[in-house]
Design a protein around this ligand. Sequence first.
Ligand code: AMP
Ligand code: MG
Length: 483
Amino acid sequence: MFNFIHTYKSLSDFFFKNQLPQTYDNPELALFNYELAEELNLNIKTISTKELAHFFSGTKLFNNSEPIAQAYAGHQFGHFTMLGDGRAILLGEHKLTTNKLVDIQLKGAGITPYSRRGDGKAALKAMLREYLISESMHYLGIPTSRSLAVIKTNAPVYREKIEQGAVLTRVAASHIRVGTFEYARYFGEKKQVIELVEYTVNRHYPHLKVEKNVALYLLKQLIDEQIKLVCNWIRVGFVHGVMNTDNTTISGETIDYGPCAFMNEYNLDTVFSSIDEQGRYAFGNQGKIIYWNLCRLAEALLPAIADDEKEAIDLCTNVLSNFPELYYSNWLIMYGNKFGFKYCMKGSGEEIFVKEFLSFLRQHNLDYTQSFLMLQESVPSLNENYSTTLFRDLKSKWKQLLLNQNISLEVTLEKMKLCNPIYIPRNHLVEEALEKATNNNDYSAFTNLLAKLKKQYDLEKNYSELIELSPKNFEGYVTYCGT
Ligand code: AMP
Ligand code: MG
């Protein structure tokens, strides 16, 4: 089924441990992503669902897999610690017809040498959540790991209460993290940092190989990739919730869907995660945090950047000093697109308007997604907040700016459609789908919601319940890290 190769195993064994997944007596298929299987060119036609459950729970091994657990460290809420795949096992890298590699990883596959006090397991509800939100992000056009399968292990998992166990198959460009570099730097030697730089550049950014200072260019590239990613999150109102350095990828994909959720009312302070008491990973902090994470990456890369530490620090500082400017210009372009502007420059009327509009949303506790729809008039007025003189004035200002840019409303609306989702995974619908699936083994709400989330920009599909806000009792919605 998989065209596995094992390039990660060409790294020194400092970076991983061989580890077989746990086996189960009675694994059962909960979800299988047939569309993704087709994209990956997997031939599953002759495989029964029972067999799929055996393979994707790790009970039966594909004959060409060579399972490993990867080592990494990371800063969690600012504190440095040794981590590693404590419950995930990489079966191999599947080589696509394009020659691109994707990691096939089982999450919840049992104890590994990096499990610390954990049980190596995953709970069904958390894995269903990762499947739903990661697929939704994919269909929103945002780089992300994807979900190929969820298998129920039919074995209990002991959390605050007893939960059903599950294994999720995660498909990602790779699982190299900022934390993998931190591991090389603080648990290894210079040669391991260099080894990881070379591997990463070969795998993800081969065009950098010609650079004299490859590690420095890798840092530069990652600044670009992560800025693009976070601006995409801001565009759709996504709150990752746990942007620790071990959850920040080198591929530029969103990874590790724990306490993430989509913001409703526009508020930079939006936090859903139960453990993020200080709001470190709040919606509006994500740009600052990615900068902080990139600084940790730079520190880890120092030995590969220059022999003289001071020189290496100077080079990194110089590169990182561009971050604020780069982030802000990407942020402005993204918002410019959300409003359908042809251009949106620093110091322009458009820039002032973007800020005015956002503070209007904040002041009136308006829903982020809905408000852009109201500007586009793509759906009938949703509530009285959008019939006020204030909102109408704001809309006239916007239209005037478009006129000044000599751009027709028609062209604008076409452009806006591409970056303003109509449907997002509303928290109450996500919860309802997960509850029904886990409590009643009823996947109808889940599959229904997922089907709609594949058409998030498609106004033709009038899924009005996805435009509607969560009921009042969903204010203060709390998410959990979900292990
Ligand atoms: P996460 O919060 O998913 O980013 O995980 C942080 C670290 O905790 C990683 O090293 C995980 O492998 C580890 N971890 C999370 N849950 C478990 C578990 N149930 N058993 C063992 N390790 C775990
Ligand atoms: Mg993680």
